[in-house]
Design a protein around this ligand. Structure first.
Ligand SMILES: Cc1cc2nc3c(=O)[nH]c(=O)nc-3n(C[C@H](O)[C@H](O)[C@H](O)COP(=O)(O)OP(=O)(O)OC[C@H]3O[C@@H](n4cnc5c(N)ncnc54)[C@H](O)[C@@H]3O)c2cc1C
Length: 308
């Protein structure tokens, strides 16, 4: 957008009733991604409730403005030039987590998985332990059916509340109708927004759940480069084998381009050693794909979402 367009749209969004402190021009996306990469978004909106979200979606749809809703930014790679449009991030009401009935948790899509998992543990409900170390939001995790240690969102989702991409309606979709498969849900590609979800868990003992969370956290810290910025496993698991094993066997462990490297600790991770650019990561990704394809005839697909 030109500066003039940004000013005009900014004023229009203020008139929708969005608080001034929740509306930022030129916000660097590296401040909102676990990769710590990404230039400024033309306009960054923090949206606190369903009414605001509905108004914003309807506005961007009517005005045909490029936009993207982000969760906790843990699976995203933005360009150094930034995002030419509007970024929407949910907060406020969307962060709530509540117990429902004997064995259910209702949570907003901006609730962090670590918090939902901890809340379940305190309430003696088992099933979310697998997600405790995934640094995403509930909405982002449902969007791509996040999973780890044999569990995935598909196992715990009972019902999802989804707002249509034009902000006009909210529908309830059962877990079975979410089209969940490996790192995929029906929301992907639809531009609809997950606003909240009901999780069905299993009553258990709080101390057993807590020990499992601690054990999985320990395993993660010992095997993954959790001390460096990354977006988790960079590539999807191919049909035969594991991306990390193929990358390692192709001799690419530690391979670097600029500030980006294939992690020495876990070859499935691409890490930012400090100052990595979008292009460093893309060049590294291309090289890894080429080498693995040459050696094994397998084309690795990025799991990380590369934002245009
Ligand atoms: C150190 C590390 C470890 C990781 N480990 C794992 C792991 O074990 N397993 C795993 O599956 N992933 C893992 N990840 C990747 C990441 O955490 C997950 O993909 C997570 O689900 C992304 O959630 P997010 O809220 O950060 O989404 P974002 O990265 O912000 O967004 C991802 C996509 O979801 C969409 N989206 C986000 N919120 C919504 C919503 N409310 N409605 C509709 N669309 C939405 C966005 O538009 C975007 O396209 C890891 C990442 C890191 C950095």
């Amino acid at each position: 957008m030109t500066n003039k367009e940004v000013e005009l749209i900014y004023e229009k969004i203020l008139n929708l009733g969005i608080k001034k402190e929740n509306l930022i021009k030129g916000e660097p996306m590296k401040n909102h991604t676990s990769f710590r990469i990404g230039g400024p978004a033309d306009i960054f909106i923090v949206c606190e409730n369903e009414k605001e979200l509905s108004r914003i979606l309807s506005f961007v749809q009517n005005e045909n403005i490029k936009h993207l809703l982000i969760g906790n930014g843990s699976n995203l790679l933005f360009k150094d030039s930034g995002y030419d449009g509007i970024i929407i991030k949910l907060a406020g009401d969307f962060e709530k987590i509540e117990k429902r009935g004997e064995d259910e948790i209702y949570a907003g899509s901006a609730a962090l998985l670590s918090k939902v998992s901890n809340f379940a543990s305190i309430n003696s409900l088992s099933g979310m332990e697998f997600a405790s170390g995934i640094p995403g939001s509930l909405g982002g995790a449902i969007f791509m059916n996040a999973g780890a240690y044999g569990g995935e969102m598909k196992d715990v989702i009972c019902e999802v509340d989804i707002m249509s991409k034009d902000g006009k309606n909210i529908r309830k979709v059962s877990g079975e109708d979410m089209g969940f498969s490996y790192r995929h849900s029906a929301v992907e590609g639809s531009n609809d927004i997950v606003i909240s979800a009901l999780l069905k868990l299993i009553p258990s003992e709080a101390n057993i759940i807590k020990s499992k969370i601690d054990e999985l956290g320990e395993s993660r810290r010992s095997k993954q480069p959790t001390n460096l910025p990354s977006a988790g496993s960079f590539f999807k698991r191919p049909q035969n084998g594991y991306a990390a094993a193929l990358i390692e066997e192709a001799g690419l462990k530690g391979y670097s381009v600029g500030g980006a490297s294939v992690s020495e600790k876990h070859s499935g991770f691409v890490v930012n050693n400090g100052g990595a650019s979008y292009f460093d990561v893309i060049e590294l990704m291309n090289h890894v794909q080429e080498e693995v394809n040459k050696k094994f005839g397998i084309m690795l697909e990025p799991e990380v979402r590369i934002i245009d």
